[in-house]
Every structure is written in C-alpha cells, then in structure tokens.
Design a binder for this molecule. Sequence first.
Ligand SMILES: Cc1ncc(COP(=O)(O)O)c(C=O)c1O
Length: 400
Amino acid sequence: MTALATATNAPARSLWRFAEGETQLNHGSFGGVPVAILNAQQALKDEMEGDPVRWFCTLPDRVARARVEIASILGVPSDRLAMVPNASAGMSVVYSSMAGRERINVMTTNHGYGAVVMGAERLARRTGGHSAIVAIPLGASDEDIVGRVDDALSSNPTDLLVIDQITSGSARLLPTGKICDVAHDHGAVIAIDGAHAPGVLSEPVEEKADFWVGNLHKFWCAPRGAAVLVRNNPDLEVMPLIDSWGARDPFPARFDYQGTLDSTAWLVSPTAWNYLDETVAGPASTITPRNWPPMPSRSSPMPSPGTASAHRCLMWGIQSGLCGCSRSPAGQGAGPGITTVWMLCACRSSTPRGLHWPSPSSRARGICAFPRTPTPPPPTSSTWPITGSPSWPTSSESSE
Ligand SMILES: Cc1ncc(COP(=O)(O)O)c(C=O)c1O
C-alpha cells in the first residue's frame, strides 16, 4: 500500500497531530484537524484575547466574509447559507422553527443519526404530532428507497421529513433529489442531514431540500464548531438557537453573531479547505473539488453502489495514514456493509436504527463519556410505519 504524500513528499499523516503509535480509522465522527489549521485558529484566538473589545465589535463582518467564502466553495448562493456550530445545531434550528405549530408529524428513516432522529421525535411529541420511521434495507436500490418513502408518506400525513444524505451508521448515499420531489408531492417540508457530505461529494448541497445541514469539521477538516445550515425555501423562517444582537437582521446575517461564542472555527474554515488543496499532492480527484488524488480501489467489493463516494473517501483516509486500524474492534469487519459502518462510525454500534454510543470499547478508553439516557431499542419490524413511543427523554423533560 502506498502512503499518500504531501507536495513536499512528506507522509500526509505528518500534517495531523495524531499521537505516536495511534492511528485513527474513524474520521467521520469527530474529524481531525491538521496542525497548520490548529495553528491558524490559535493565531485568531490570540488576536481575540489580545483585544477582546475590538475582536467582538468587528466579528460579525469577519464571519460574514467567511460565510460568503464557504458558500462559494459549496456552490450555494451566500444568502442561503448560515453558520452554525454543528450539524445537530442546524437541525435544532429547523426543529425549533417549527415548534410553535401544532401537531407536527415527522418522518425519519432507520438509518438516521440517533441524536437528530431523537430531536425530530421530540418535536413531534412537544407539538402533539406523531413520528414514523421508514425502514430501508441495507441493500435497497435507489428506486426501492424512493418507493418506500413515497408509500410511507402516502399513509402517514407528514409535515417534516428528515433524511440523511450519507447515512452515518450504514454509509449509504441516499437519492436525496428524488426523495425531495416525493416529499414535496406530499406537502412535507424536507430537512437533509448532510453532516458527512462536505469534502466527500463534489456537489454536497441538495438544492431541492428545504433545509440542508453539513459539518465542516468532518471531511472538510475544519476545527470543531464549524457547520452550515442551508435554507433553500425562503418561506420558512428560522432563527438562531441563541438570541443575540443579530436577531433583527435578515437570514442569514442574523446567524453571524451569537454573542461571545468563539467563532474562530468558522473564520478558519475557508483556510482549512484551501490548505488541503494546496498541501496534498496528486491529480484532480473525481470525487471532490479538492485537488486530492483518486481514491484507491478497495480489495473487497463495495457494499452497494450508493456507498461508493463516502467509502472511497474513507479509503483515501486510511491509505494516507489519516485513518488507520490499530484498534479495530473485534468482529466489526464481519461483512462489506459492516466494514463500512465501522470506518465511518467506529465508536458506535452498527445497528441501523439508533446509534448507541459510547460503545463499550470507547468507554474503556475514556472517550465519548456522555451521560445518556438509554437510546430507544432498534425496531424489530422491517416495515413502516413504526409510530414512535416517547421513550426518550425521561421525566426531566416531560413537562414540555
Ligand atoms: C449523519 C450525522 N448527522 C449528524 C451528526 C452530528 O454531528 P455533530 O455532533 O457535529 O452535530 C453526525 C455525527 O457523526 C452524523 O454522522
């Protein structure tokens, strides 16, 4: 296996600060920030601490400039894109914008990211609506997936459909454009969780979606705290989760200033994108607009055609030394589908519905130690609808 080199012929791995002897297979969950980008962010933090008053007074303008640049890289009109701290926050913005209405019926799939699905189900409970889950078999064709969503929407009046673009537990690239068409035919708003798409897909933003969110801290390699919310439907008003001075501004400027939040991850995100383009050698990639080399071919067959993009990108990571396999959990490479699951989300179980983390192995390593109420068990039925029963959250939130 040939390791990927930088333009100066150093191993690509040397651009990151992974601990000696430690390799990281799972880039999809928490990303990994190149040292140069950490340094660039630190320089901004130093500037902030050097003169906090000047920093925060000029911050909205700087964020606006970074936002416009990020929108241009993503190929989105800048008046549609707002900065948010992470994909979860972006989806929470969508949910909270609908929370004032009555009886919001939501629909998700059994491949949805657990926390995002929980948020949608909570929205339904809070407003007196119901939630349904479309079961999508791992090997389903695009046509089958669209048909299943269509059938589910026909039987379940739905206000909000939440779909992943690249599913994290199962690494499927879902046919989002056709799903958007179907959702709109049924009068549903559609929000797409594209957390993994920036840096993986050449055209990551699904322009047919009412809302789309993407993380920049994953395959874009920006510092954590950088994500975007794209609103393609101007009729749907959204507000930042934090009420601050920008609240009177139009979208998306109202998201530029979130009080004293540390926005350095947003400011350095364009630099992160450009840095990898300039630093990693190789011919133009067929996958991303970056100047990254073509993805190496995989020794075993792809789980399905739809997973190819994410999968090839991950394989690039492994070969480059950005990802590796020193701690592969035993038994998780059981089949093609499961191998992919593990690469994208090594510290979660591979159960399609409900991502249970921290996993026993990550707990043993002392990471992902979030206090958690139990995640609802995976559905046993392979058919829809599975009407959500309010098994989460527990009593502390029951007064909502
Ligand atoms: C599909 C998907 N959506 C959302 C998230 C949440 O990302 P964040 O914790 O940065 O909000 C993840 C995280 O891995 C994910 O895989």
